[in-house]
Write a protein that binds this ligand. Structure first.
Ligand SMILES: Nc1nc2c(ncn2[C@@H]2O[C@H](COP(=O)(O)OP(=O)(O)OP(=O)(O)O)[C@@H](O)[C@H]2O)c(=O)[nH]1
Length: 456
């Protein structure tokens, strides 16, 4: 059984978590602000984690038993022949449909590392339980991803949590304490505007009452979640799964090197794993290697790539062809890769606008999303680029990549504060499974939770 990331329900602030778990554990039923602030795993969490581990192991065993019994069904490699499609007049001499070759990359689950009831597993269990999840419904992919996210933000978290605790634990916030927190947030790339908001909210609360460090951190988490979820109050929908049975087009934009192509590959993987018919348009015709690169990613998920092998061909024509192909085949998700660099910025923006016009014209009924990919390691610099794109591409969301690197994580707050756009996915690694839908609750926990220890 394959885990469906698009159907995954998040708990956390502002969203009702699932009903309390009816398990023999004492797992917390809701995402309360106090739920994940302890540094020692409670017996409830330990039981919850054990139950989740057993359930994952049992499923893996029964799946491997099925594989052994019916090898032809489960291990057969699907083959795909190139399929001709309707193409536009402009490009009919050169356009071809690149069909995904046959061998999808099969990534083995890192069973050995993840199936241990270690600190990382316990922390993931705590985060999932706090969202009202039941241990028997948790998938190994969720545990692995949460561990990865937490690892990626580890450096920032260790610096932040330790110092914040020391400051907020000293009673009402003094002027010095406020300045210290401000510095910490700015150093973590939170940006001036979001930092001001956080400080103002924190001051109001801590002036009113003296909070122990644990509660002050819990309150800080709540403030951060509120900022990250604010676009939902402004009309953006929380649920970001593509609609089934209709054409969804996701235009992926961003400057070169931020991870657009890689992200498209990872999205194609999530989409096919979640049961969507998916297609990729290779509309970065400026960089010669870009098409080749996106084709390799297409192969990994067995997703076809519509490309035009000519030199400097019109990317809008590729998109036109791809929409035609998608409509002819009943594709549900068309991912459009775009150039990150042209002769100059004005050209790049013009190209994006043109692609957008083609999409609006040829696929007016499609569900269109325009997603900006931002490299989290660029911090505030990435934001300036974003503002330019926001106008040209009518952005509807952001994908934050490279949170596993030197990124400080706080940039997520700056992005939402400055652009008013929701973060839809985050990437924390170069592998096919290293991009997942964004959850403010999980992100903030990964950024600010203390280490969890098994109680003696
Ligand atoms: N560590 C890490 N590396 C990433 C992540 N996402 C992408 N990368 C790497 O970033 C580099 C650039 O990624 P691309 O996908 O080629 O970027 P692009 O935006 O398509 O670049 P252009 O095609 O030049 O516009 C590659 O080496 C990727 O492996 C991530 O989440 N973490």
């Amino acid at each position: 059984m394959v885990f469906n990331w698009f159907r995954r329900k998040f708990g956390g602030s502002g969203e009702e978590p699932s009903p309390p778990a009816e398990t023999p554990t004492e797992a917390p039923a809701t995402a309360s602000t106090e739920s994940t602030t302890e540094s020692t795993a409670s017996p409830g969490i330990l039981n919850w984690a054990k139950a989740a581990l057993q359930s994952i192991q049992a499923r893996q065993q029964s799946e491997s038993a099925t594989t052994i019994e019916t090898p032809e069904e489960t291990q057969e490699t699907p083959t795909a022949e190139p399929v001709p499609v309707a193409i536009s007049e402009e490009s009919e001499k050169t356009a071809v449909v690149e069909s995904a070759p046959v061998q999808p990359v099969v990534e083995a689950e890192p069973v050995g590392s993840s199936l241990v009831l270690d600190e990382g597993f316990l922390w993931s269990a705590e985060v999932l339980a706090a969202q009202g999840r039941r241990p028997e419904e948790v998938d190994i992919e969720e545990i692995t991803w949460l561990q990865r996210l937490r690892q990626g933000l580890g450096k920032t978290r260790r610096g932040l949590v330790h110092q914040l605790r020391a400051i907020v634990g000293q009673g009402p916030l003094s002027r010095d304490a406020v300045e210290e927190i401000e510095m910490l947030l700015l150093q973590s790339d939170v940006g001036v505007k979001a930092t001001d908001q956080i400080i103002a909210a924190l001051q109001t609360k801590i002036r009113q009452e003296t909070l122990p460090a644990d509660q002050a951190i819990a309150y800080l988490k709540e403030i951060l979640r509120d900022i990250l979820d604010r676009p939902f109050q402004a009309g953006y929908r929380r649920d970001f799964a593509p609609k089934k049975g209709v054409l969804n087009i996701w235009l992926i934009a961003g400057v070169n090197g931020v991870g657009k192509t890689t992200t498209i590959g990872k999205l194609a993987h999530i989409a096919t794993q979640s049961g969507y018919r998916c297609l990729i348009a290779a509309a970065d015709t400026f960089r010669a290697a870009a098409t080749e690169q996106v084709k390799i990613w297409g192969q990994r998920s067995n997703v076809e790539v519509i490309a035009n092998p000519g030199k400097n061909t019109d990317p809008a024509a590729v998109v036109f062809d791809a929409i035609g192909a998608a409509q002819a085949r009943g594709t549900e998700l068309l991912l459009v890769d775009t150039a990150g660099r042209l002769q100059n910025k004005a050209n790049l923006m013009e190209e994006l606008k043109k692609i957008r016009r083609i999409i609006d014209k040829k696929a007016g009924n499609a569900q269109i999303e325009s997603l900006l990919v931002l490299d989290a390691t660029l911090g505030q610099n990435g934001l300036r680029q974003a503002q330019v794109f926001a106008e040209a591409a009518q952005l509807t969301g952001v994908i934050l990549t490279k949170l596993d690197g030197t990124a400080k994580g706080g940039v997520a707050l700056a992005v939402v504060q400055e652009l008013g756009l929701p973060i839809r996915f985050i990437g924390a690694g170069e592998g096919i499974k290293d991009l997942r839908p964004f959850s403010s609750f999980e992100f903030v926990e990964a950024l600010l939770s203390s280490e969890v220890e098994v109680a003696a």
